[in-house]
Write a protein that binds this ligand. Structure first.
Ligand code: MG
Length: 391
């Protein structure tokens, strides 16, 4: 173990992931000279093409709708920020946590959940499409710039953290990273934390983006206790500032409350469990990282509100329906005629078809579509369907 790793692990809690006990990489590599193994994972993720594409992919709003809305890139950075704060407070492995957070959305299709739902429908007869599994596929197979291996050759712990959900069938095919789903075990604390940080980030930035887009109102949000009590405090403390500042003050206080609760609740659970090491944490029936009961209730109410008022909003629904059509029609034209894809995808489609038949060809078409940014998908749709466009 290098000296850097030694110094870093001295401050880690006994139940944190320790790079010295990593289950390693799929292809053995010499240890990094002055970084930990998980720092190297994070750095590979940041240098990947899939990471750069996150800038032009969205969750709720489509990328061209405005420059101020979150993209998957800024979302991933916010998730990493929240998770690192909690990781440091709990003495978990901050590098591993950051790596998982930055990679967690790499497999998302263009147009957020609408794109994923449409692609999953197209893939129903060929093994389905699921964004967590696709994120793992990106880091294991699809990134193709390293000479010695396919993918980014990340450590087991980062890969396991990326695979948040998984069906039993797929878990069996996946081998080591699928094990915990068959044995009904938990992932490490860093992966549990990345998962909750994702939720904290998107619930709160969707409130912020939703208000900015005027799809939801302060009056509606005041029906939620979590929003109302912070908004009341802000109105008392800053009655005369701009409403934009009141909005931001309220959202930042909500995030603070959720993060504070997460730290406090996790500390209490860890004290009670007193796990000797990271392996003991995995044996628990339930995740250790989570909110206290009261805050969990408030958080669920916020989620329910966003689902009903924002994600099902008439204008969001219309954009979603259009986005689904783009994905469906791209698949409908590319699957029967894969030569329409760029040559390297056509070659891969032929190769995988030889091994797996139609399912193999469909998988490569799904990889191609899933890799598209919002604007590329719209452009590709135009190129394929508008006879006046030559290229
Ligand atoms: Mg996310």
């Amino acid at each position: 173990m290098s000296r850097v790793n030694e110094t870093a692990s001295m401050s880690l809690a006994p139940y944190a992931a320790d790079p010295a006990h990593s289950r390693g990489r799929r292809y053995a590599e010499p240890a990094p000279a002055y970084r930990s193994e998980y720092q190297r994972d994070r750095d590979r993720i940041i240098h990947s093409a899939a990471f750069r594409r996150l800038e032009y992919k969205t969750q709720v709003f489509v990328n061209h709708e405005g420059d101020l809305f979150r993209t998957r890139l800024t979302h991933s950075l916010e998730v990493a920020q929240i998770a690192r704060t909690v990781a440091r407070a709990l003495r978990l492995n901050e590098d591993l946590c950051e790596a998982i957070c930055l990679a967690h959305d790499l497999g998302h299709t263009p147009f957020g959940h609408a794109g994923q739902d449409a692609l999953n429908e197209c893939m129903l007869d060929y093994g389905g499409f699921e964004h967590n599994f696709q994120s793992l596929r990106v880091v294991d197979e699809l990134e193709d710039k390293y000479a010695a291996f396919a993918g980014l050759n990340l450590t087991f712990e980062t890969r396991e953290g990326i695979l948040k959900h998984c069906s039993e069938r797929r878990a069996r095919e996946l081998g080591d990273v699928g094990e915990r789903f068959l044995q009904r075990q938990q992932p490490g604390l860093e992966a549990q934390l990345a998962n909750v940080a994702d939720e904290v980030a998107y619930n709160n930035h969707d409130v912020d983006d939703g208000l900015r887009a005027r799809l939801i109102s302060i009056e509606q949000l005041r029906e939620l206790p979590l929003f109302r009590h912070h908004h009341d405090d802000v109105l008392v403390a800053y009655p005369h500032v701009m409403s934009k500042q009141q909005r931001h003050e309220t959202v930042r206080r909500m995030i603070n409350e959720l993060v504070g609760d997460l730290v406090g609740n996790a500390r209490a659970r860890l004290e009670q469990l007193a796990p000797a090491d990271a392996a003991t944490v995995r044996m628990q029936a339930q995740p250790v990282i989570g909110f206290s009961e009261g805050v969990e209730r408030d958080n669920l109410e916020l989620k329910r509100f966003l689902r009903e008022q924002l994600y099902k909003h008439h204008l969001v629904y219309r954009m979603t329906a259009k986005a689904k059509n783009v994905v469906r029609e791209l698949f409908a034209v590319l699957f029967p005629d894969p030569r329409l894809m760029p040559p390297e995808f056509f070659d891969r489609a032929r190769q995988l078809e030889q091994k797996q038949g139609d399912a193999g060809r469909a998988r490569v078409v799904a990889d191609y579509i899933a890799g598209m940014t919002d604007r590329y998908a719209i452009d590709e749709y135009e190129r394929l369907f508008n006879p006046r466009r030559l290229r």
